[in-house]
Design a protein around this ligand. Structure first.
Ligand code: ADP
Ligand code: MG
Length: 252
């Protein structure tokens, strides 16, 4: 049975998509059948892996019950990595889902049949705690929370943890936090070092040892439609995401 990971933080620009794409690619590279599900209407993960964002059927059709997840998934250019692509239509799901009873279970139900086929299923969430993120957190076994080592990093984390606790209690008792991941870290600045210390003090045990550095190669890889490990396999960004994938797999 595969394990489902949601990559979530209601803040935008903290490295969710970058982490989803690159962890998925590293895990696939390590030999596991992996599925990346893009549930952000911005479709950055879909495009970042070189796929079009107007594919039909896509994750919107799956959530609407018009297609199975099996029918909507596409192979990527990376061996063993498949993608369930997003499209701009998905924005409509934010309005439609809350009007339908039980709709927070849609993604879980759709992905259940794929748990036999994929060892890892990674969900890239939108930057909100709306219905799409709730669907992801109900479908997930574990959540990874990327945290940018910038001034407002801690702000919003308490709210996110409250939401996770609520979902655990009401909708998904299986859900656990895999870890918080420090991203876009610039170890040369005192601010980044202070934020790292503060996050580790606040959440001992919860923060991954691996820290993702700010790295130009990580930032430019999506414009070539590929993960950083294919863009520049030997840069510090690739090393960091390989380390993280090992840590994620070891934490189980
Ligand atoms: P989110 O999905 O949380 O909104 P993204 O993963 O899209 O965040 O990251 C926001 C921006 O920062 C993107 O342009 C991305 O390419 C860039 N970025 C993410 N991580 C890094 C990093 N470690 N080094 C440099 N740029 C990064
Ligand atoms: Mg994103």
């Amino acid at each position: 049975m595969g394990t489902v990971y949601a990559i979530a933080n209601q803040k935008g620009g903290v490295g969710k998509t970058t982490t989803a794409v690159n962890v998925a690619a590293c895990i696939a590279e390590a030999g596991y059948d992996t599925l990346l599900v893009d549930i952000d209407p911005q479709a950055n993960a879909t495009v970042g892996l070189g796929l079009p964002k107007d594919a039909v059927p896509n994750v919107y059709d799956v959530l609407a019950g018009d297609a199975t997840a099996e029918a909507a998934l596409k192979p990527s250019s990376i061996e063993r990595l498949h993608v369930l692509p997003s499209s701009a239509d998905l924005a409509g799901a934010n309005v439609e889902l809350p009007r339908q009873a039980g709709s927070e279970q849609r993604l879980r139900e759709a992905l259940d049949p794929l748990r036999e086929r994929f060892a890892f299923i990674i969900l890239d969430c939108p930057p909100s705690l709306g219905p799409l993120t709730v669907n992801a957190l109900v479908a997930a076994d574990r959540v990874i929370v990327p945290v940018q080592t910038e001034y407002f990093a801690l702000e919003g984390l308490a709210g996110l943890l409250d939401t996770l606790a609520l979902i655990q209690r009401e909708l998904n008792p299986r859900l656990t936090i895999a870890g918080m991941l420090l991203t876009m870290h610039d170890g040369r600045t005192r601010l980044a070092r202070d934020v790292e210390r503060e996050v580790r003090e606040h959440f001992p045990e919860l923060v991954f040892d691996t820290v993702i550095p700010r790295n130009v190669r990580i930032g430019e890889a999506p414009s070539y439609g590929r993960p950083v490990i294919h863009h520049d396999p030997h840069c510090v960004g690739s090393d960091a995401y390989f380390e993280l994938a090992k840590e994620v797999a070891a934490r189980g």
